[in-house]
Design a protein around this ligand. Structure first.
Ligand code: SF4
Length: 263
């Protein structure tokens, strides 16, 4: 095993700034073949990525974490995408149902510390449990969403799952998104048109006013400091401080180099 840091990815990230989302997905599939999955929460951008996977015939699992307290519209969206595109959506569940968790720990999501614990158990842990099957995950973060996402790199690292995150839509702005959705008649979670700019668990998500930031509806009851859960590491951590361990041969493949040791 060898260490891969965010600094190692700097040149690649610079060259990827001009690369189309479809070409980034092609590169990711080829580089991590057999050990890559897409991650989606069935929001607008995730559905665009799912459609691209379908169009490119980029055969890979699509992981979807069902916290057990999602809106039924989100579960319906998952089912519609499977029906339309024949995707291999793998639904990951928390170890405890919300009822079991509440009986054991109480209602966690009503204060910041409990929210972190609840999000970790219901979102992060299900992914961590399958992480050893993968070296990379395709996500759908966009800089246009602002906040912590405004500087997200194309490639980032996730120490918790020891994986590379690929964000093919980082440079897709709102106009490009809407055009892609219309041109390809992509099914969108109906909650988006009911004022929900982003969509998470039904306990912790509200619509937003047109004048509010897109993520103002997440954990609104906890205040504006709590807009991210941590399932996307770059939301809460400085990407430059994250590193992971991968086989040297894979790091060479990612960086497009070959390592020769002279004795
Ligand atoms: S969003 Fe709320 S209900 Fe969902 S996992 Fe996080 S704290 Fe729990």
């Amino acid at each position: 095993m060898a260490r891969l840091t965010q600094a190692d990815l700097a040149d690649l990230n610079t060259s990827f700034e001009q690369t189309s989302p479809q070409d980034l997905i092609r590169w990711a599939r080829k580089t991590f073949h057999g050990r890559i999955a897409a991650l989606t929460s069935m929001q607008r951008a995730g559905n665009v990525v799912c459609h691209m996977l379908y169009e490119l015939k980029a055969d890979m699992p699509v992981l979807f974490v069902d916290t057990g307290v999602l809106f039924h519209e989100t579960l319906d969206t998952r089912d519609k995408l499977v029906e339309r595109y024949g995707l291999n959506v793998v639904t990951l569940d928390p170890e405890l149902t919300m009822e079991e968790q509440t009986a054991k720990y109480g209602v966690l999501y009503l204060d910041p510390e409990g929210q972190r614990k609840c999000c970790f158990m219901r979102k992060n842990e299900p992914l961590i449990r399958v992480a050893d099957q993968y070296d990379a995950f395709i996500s759908s973060l966009r800089r246009s969403d602002g906040g912590a996402r405004s500087r997200v790199p194309v490639l980032s690292l996730d120490a918790e799952t020891n994986s590379v995150r690929i964000n093919p839509l980082v440079n897709f702005d709102d106009e490009q998104m809407e055009r892609y959705i219309t041109d390809n008649d992509i099914h969108i979670n109906p909650l988006h048109s009911q004022g929900y700019a982003t969509i998470g668990c039904n306990r912790c998500t509200t619509p937003v006013l047109p004048t509010e930031p897109k993520r103002a509806g997440r954990w609104r009851h906890l205040g504006p400091w709590s807009q991210y859960c941590g399932i996307n590491p770059t939301d809460l951590l400085n990407p430059a401080e994250i590193s992971i361990d991968l086989p040297l041969e894979l790091i060479d493949r990612i960086l497009g180099r070959s390592t020769d040791f002279m004795i």
